[in-house]
Design a protein around this ligand. Structure first.
Ligand code: 5GP
Ligand code: ZN
Length: 136
C-alpha cells in the first residue's frame, strides 16, 4: 500500500520524477539527491514500509538481489574501488525518510567519506552476556 504523504512512495511509483537507474514490479532504484559519492543510489520498494521491521520478508530478500545487480553495474560502469550497502532504521540510526530504503554507495580511493564506525573493545564475558541477551 502507498502512504499518502510519503515522498518515497510518490517517487517509487513514478508520481514524482527521479533519476531512475532500474525499475521492476517491486522496486525503483534512484540516484540520491545528496550523494555521498558519485553513483550513490537508493533502492525503494514500491509498497510502503517505514523500516526493516515493517518490511515483508519477501521484499527484504528481493532487495538484496537488486542490491547485487546495482553493485555489479556500479563496478562495471563507474569503476568504483569498493561499495557500501547502508540501511538506516530510526532517527537514532540516521534515518531521515521513513520509507524503507537501501543505500548503495560506490566508494572510490580517497573519496573522503567516513561510512565506517569506530571499533570498540569487549571481553569474552561481555560478548557472552550479549549473546545470551539476544538469543535467550
Ligand atoms: P536516510 O538518512 O533516511 O537513510 O536517507 C535518506 C536519503 O534520501 C538521503 O541520503 C537523502 O539525500 C535522500 N533524499 C531525501 N529526499 C530525497 C528526494 O526527494 N529525492 C532523492 N533522490 N533523494 C532524496
Ligand atoms: Zn512510503
Amino acid at each position: 500500500m502507498r502512504k499518502e504523504d510519503c515522498i518515497f512512495c510518490k517517487i517509487a511509483n513514478g508520481e514524482i520524477p527521479s533519476k531512475t537507474l532500474y525499475e521492476d514490479d517491486m522496486f525503483r532504484v534512484i540516484l540520491d539527491l545528496g550523494p555521498a559519492t558519485k553513483g550513490h543510489a537508493l533502492i525503494l520498494p514500491k509498497e510502503h514500509a517505514a523500516n526493516l521491521y515493517e518490511l515483508p520478508e519477501e521484499t527484504a530478500a528481493a532487495a538484496m538481489v537488486v542490491a547485487k545487480k546495482m553493485a555489479q553495474k556500479m563496478k562495471e560502469k563507474l569503476h568504483c574501488d569498493g561499495l557500501n550497502l547502508v540501511q538506516n532504521n530510526g532517527e537514532t540510526a540516521g534515518q531521515t525518510v521513513m520509507h524503507f530504503h537501501l543505500h548503495v554507495i560506490p566508494r572510490y580511493n580517497n573519496d573522503g567519506q567516513h561510512i565506517l564506525w569506530n571499533p570498540g573493545t569487549s571481553t569474552q564475558e561481555e560478548l557472552e552476556a550479549v549473546r545470551k541477551e539476544i538469543t535467550e
